[in-house]
Design a protein around this ligand. Structure first.
Ligand code: CMC
Length: 389
């Protein structure tokens, strides 16, 4: 068949060309459209970065204002869709809730979601950016048994989201700029990461001609796994288990090194970064700052730092070039903000949404785009006859 290479996990194979994000894993470099992540995190906003990723350049003040305005106008969910949440148990994992709700969302816009109509694609882009945070906040409220709030479109994107999560109908919601700034920064850090598993999923689904809702919903499911976005949740669970068991960090690291029960140091290691993950460095700085600004003392932050230190000095991790990744410290910040552990990966999904959209759009505009269709090496039985019965 002309098949020449077997490449488990796509370690050596590029499936596309892309102009969106540049990573140098040896140097610890990450750039969106050429701009270093450090500069974007320090001097930009999530909506600005979303525009940059999707349209290729930084927006002018007018473009950004209009983008923001359009997103605010599309935050409301159809009242029927709000009832969709009541069909699910309150114990449902919010990642399952948001991916299902996005699939369900597409049923309201079927006639306006043609992947080949630029106006439809534009409107779907806005709808997704506006509605995913609302859906996410409702998944959170649902898990608590609390009433859903209507979006407050006077508020900024991030403040609106925080109010939908932490506000209630009985009292005014007080904006805390520490939370808003920190969350906006974390969303920027998650906004794109080239051909990771969820983005590749979005592209693969999109390559069949499926619409943007269907493709993003699939991407959310890919993100949910503990080796990908689900790691931020798994890190907090791991820290909690170490704390509760009293086994101590040293013993835990020994168990990881011995691969006892397949236990891994969650939030460590990366397919591409082999010296450090530039996002992890920024997240660690944020963790200390945010906890200090909120006046929160969390022994989990100390535990995480102790664990990181021990691992960085250990030959097992050195030889394998394993360093903290973006997920190692995010959970400590989300926890201090008041999010339950099961919402952590949902926050990652909101951050990654502009990246997914940008890749889907780039692929659909690429004349070389083909349906994604991996090959296999068949290792099963040769031809054989059904026994005479
Ligand atoms: N703890 C202990 N050992 C590890 C870890 C870890 N976190 N990560 C990799 N290793 C070992 C692995 O067992 C293997 O050892 P050996 O050569 O003895 O078999 C070696 O390091 C190479 O690892 P690999 O599994 O071949 O590497 P990969 O590129 O296929 O996997 C990874 C990358 C991120 C899935 C993996 O490092 C991992 O499972 N990390 C923990 C989960 C995690 O934090 N994921 C978040 C990734 S960053 C954000 C995101 O993408 O969502």
């Amino acid at each position: 068949t002309g098949l020449t290479a077997l490449d488990y996990g796509f370690v050596n194979t590029a499936a596309t060309k892309s102009k969106i994000t540049y990573i140098d894993g040896d140097e610890g470099i990450l750039r969106y459209r050429g701009y270093p992540i450090e500069q974007l995190a320090a001097g930009s906003t999530y909506l600005e970065v979303a525009w940059l990723l999707i349209y290729g350049e930084l927006p002018t003040a007018d473009q950004l204002g209009e983008f923001d305005e359009r997103i605010r106008r599309h935050t409301l969910l159809h009242e029927d869709l709000k009832r969709f949440f009541s069909a699910l148990p309150h114990t449902a994992h919010p990642m399952s809730v948001i991916s299902s709700a996005l699939s369900a969302l597409s049923t309201y816009y079927e006639s306006g979601a043609d992947p080949h109509d630029p106006e439809h694609v534009e409107l779907t882009t806005i709808r997704l950016l506006a509605k995913l945070p609302v859906i996410a906040a409702y998944a959170h409220k649902k898990s608590l048994g609390q009433a859903f709030l209507y979006p407050d479109n006077k508020l900024s994107f991030v403040d609106n989201f925080l109010k939908l999560n932490f506000g209630n109908m009985a009292e005014d919601y007080e904006i805390n700029p520490v939370l808003s700034t920190a969350l906006d920064r974390l969303l920027i850090l998650h906004a794109d990461h080239e051909q990771n598993a969820s983005t590749s999923t979005v592209r693969l689904v999109g390559s069949t001609g499926a619409n943007l809702y269907a493709s993003i919903s699939a991407g959310i499911n890919a993100l949910s796994g503990p080796l990908h976005g689900g790691a931020n949740e798994a890190v907090l669970e791991m820290l909690g288990r170490i704390q509760d068991s009293g086994e101590g960090v040293k013993r835990f690291v020994e168990r990881v090194k011995n691969k006892e029960d397949g236990v891994k140091l969650m939030g460590f290691g990366h397919r591409v970064y082999k010296n450090y993950d530039p996002r992890a460095k920024l997240v660690k700085e944020s963790a200390t700052e945010v906890l200090q600004a909120l006046g929160v003392k969390d022994p989990m932050l100390d535990l995480a730092m102790e664990l990181e230190q021990l691992a960085l000095e250990d030959d097992y991790f050195k030889e394998r070039r394993l360093y903290p990744n973006v997920d190692f410290y995010t959970g400590v910040i989300y926890k201090a903000m008041g999010f339950p552990t099961r919402m952590f990966t949902v926050l990652f999904a909101i951050g990654r949404l502009p990246g997914w959209i940008a890749h889907w759009r780039e692929m659909n505009l690429d004349p070389q785009n083909k349906i994604g269709r991996p090959q296999q090496l068949y290792i099963g039985e040769p031809e054989r006859d059904l026994p005479q019965r």
